[in-house]
Design a protein around this ligand. Structure first.
Ligand SMILES: Nc1ncnc2c1ncn2[C@@H]1O[C@H](COP(=O)(O)OP(=O)(O)OP(=O)(O)O)[C@@H](O)[C@H]1O
Length: 521
């Protein structure tokens, strides 16, 4: 080794570049950057074109014409806002708000904040590197700010500063969410394969260096979520049940899924269950969906909706249990074993033909809905019943998804000794909980650190909770729609299996929610 520590056999050649080339390269780089920046400034373009048109009108036709055009423009915008509020928001209101918030709120304090939080770095030339503020997308309630992290940074570096971000930008709260890299080509290949009948898994999400900060500017969840319109044919991959912090609908994928709902007493578990049942209304009516309900609270939750169920069981003084000496808990076991028999029958029928059951009238999606799941797991005293229930439940949870048997369980207690099989539920909802450590028990380790502070949900906000889906570890805060007793009676008359939809009868849409405006207004 030589004095420099380099291999003496390796010779580094010196390249000489002329001053003109260096200047050209420098200009090319900076001009290219400037052009690219200009292309990405729609507000600037709109302003420039408006000024140009205004100037031409002023000089060509006089100020009166200019004022006339301005008045017509304003009136057109008002008419658009009134006749089609949804498109107006998407095309005008939210983009303008996004630009305004970016310029007035986020841009000026961005670099000082990054420096204070030590999220900047210096490159070899001593130039300060700052995480790049990419774009701001605002809804009526949330600003979604995209940031490109510096090399070496991870989401946790930002997540631990969420409170500081919120305070700096005067937001109610701030959530740090990861963004997956777009996979246009891989998704295209996946869709083509699926369209040609090949059952393939969608491409796994790819991490990226971009993350999103969600600043909650107004909380749309402070007001109850109105009921959603019941679709004529439920989309089992996206059932609208709740509203998210961005004021938009949160959809549940029920197909090939299981759902666990945990919440303290009065947290609003009933609203999640009934919102789900209601969204399935027409599916139940035409036999696309079959509801099997276990209601161990003596029928207190679901008795009013019994006519919607293909099977219904409430244990205790269940009329189907005629032998007084027999433990009522065996009724639960038999109920779940009947579901397992269905599962086995479907496995036999579909083996080698389909890998995924496709629900259809006559061959429905079976939804096994269990309220107070602890009554079937932890509180069972009959040992035989306990073993049989556990075996059946585990089978349904581990093998049911592919054959169209879905389990929806609700309860108050998420401890492992109470719901040992909680890991088998891909989608989980944590409503208000009593203890801080319960959020991680329900939603998975690290969920509380990612913002799911369920113990802080006020008792005055029943139906508010955090949802975590299998494909995204970040919990989403939502509020479910509340379904009252009158609505349950209406549902029974409209959606009971086989209920006739009279010709020409328009099923009342009830209160329907479609997007932010209706919620926050
Ligand atoms: N989504 C909601 N929006 C507004 N109010 C709600 C909502 N959900 C529930 N409530 C109110 O809270 C009360 C309690 O709700 P619910 O009975 O669903 O709670 P729960 O979690 O099922 O309680 P428990 O475990 O004691 O049965 C309801 O009577 C209703 O007044």
């Amino acid at each position: 080794m030589g004095r420099t520590g380099m291999d003496p056999k390796v010779r580094t050649e010196a390249f000489k570049i002329g001053f003109a080339t260096v200047l050209l390269l420098w200009l090319g780089r900076h001009l290219g950057g400037a052009v690219w920046w200009l292309v990405r400034q729609p507000a600037l373009w709109v302003a420039a074109v408006s000024w140009y048109v205004a100037w031409r009108l002023w000089t060509g036709s006089g100020p009166l014409v200019l004022v006339g055009v301005a008045v017509v423009l304003v009136l057109s915008l008002i008419a658009w806002r009134v006749t089609s509020p949804g498109s107006f928001r998407g095309v005008v209101a939210w983009p303008v708000r996004s630009w305004w918030r970016r310029v007035t709120v986020y841009r000026s304090d961005w670099q000082p904040l990054m420096t204070t939080l030590k999220l900047t770095a210096k490159d070899s030339g001593d130039e300060l590197l700052v995480p790049e503020l990419l774009r701001v997308r605002s809804t009526a309630t949330v600003d979604k700010v995209r940031v490109r992290m510096l090399p070496g940074q991870v989401l946790a570096d930002f997540a631990k500063n969420a409170d500081r971000f919120a305070t700096t930008f005067q937001a109610i709260d701030c959530r740090v969410r990861s963004i997956h890299r777009p996979q246009v080509l891989r998704m295209l290949v996946f869709r083509i394969k699926r369209a040609t009948g090949r059952i393939v898994e969608p491409p796994a999400p790819r991490p990226s260096r971009v993350l999103e900060l969600w600043f909650l500017v107004e909380d749309p969840l402070n007001t109850p979520t109105p009921m959603f319109a019941v679709p004529d044919r439920p989309n089992l991959k996206a059932l609208g049940l709740a509203v998210g912090e961005d004021g938009l609908t949160w959809n549940l994928r029920l197909l090939a899924n299981h759902l666990l709902i945990i919440g303290a007493t009065g947290a609003g578990k009933g609203s999640v269950l009934w919102s789900l049942v209601r969204s399935l209304g027409h599916g139940i009516r035409v036999g696309l969906v079959e509801l099997w309900v276990v209601d161990p609270k003596g029928g207190m939750e679901f008795a009013a909706g019994q006519s919607l169920c293909a099977r219904y069981c409430y244990g205790d003084d269940d009329t189907t249990n005629t032998d007084a000496k027999r433990s009522f808990e065996l009724t639960y076991a038999e109920f779940l074993e009947a579901a397992v028999a269905k599962l086995r029958e479907r496995q036999r029928r579909l083996r080698g033909i389909f890998r995924m059951h496709r629900p259809a009238p006559g061959d429905p999606l079976l939804v096994i809905l269990i309220d107070e799941i602890a009554s079937l797991t932890a509180y069972v005293t009959d040992r035989d019943a306990k073993k049989r229930i556990e075996a059946a439940l585990n089978l349904l949870l581990s093998q049911g998804r592919a054959v169209g048997v879905v389990v929806v369980g609700a309860g108050q207690d998420a401890r492992k000794e109470v719901v040992a099989m909680r890991g088998l539920f891909p989608t989980r909802v944590a409503l208000r909980l009593n203890e801080a450590d319960e959020a991680d028990m329900v939603l998975g380790t690290g969920s509380r650190d990612r913002g799911a502070r369920c113990e802080e949900i006020p008792t005055a906000l029943p139906g508010v909770g955090y949802v975590r889906v299998e494909t995204n570890p970040e919990p989403i805060r939502v509020r479910f729609a509340y379904i009252d007793d009158d609505e349950i009676h209406t549902m029974c008359s409209l959606y009971a299996p086989g209920a006739k939809q009279a010709a020409g009868l328009r099923i009342p849409a009830h209160a329907s929610h479609t997007d932010t405006e209706e919620v926050t207004a």
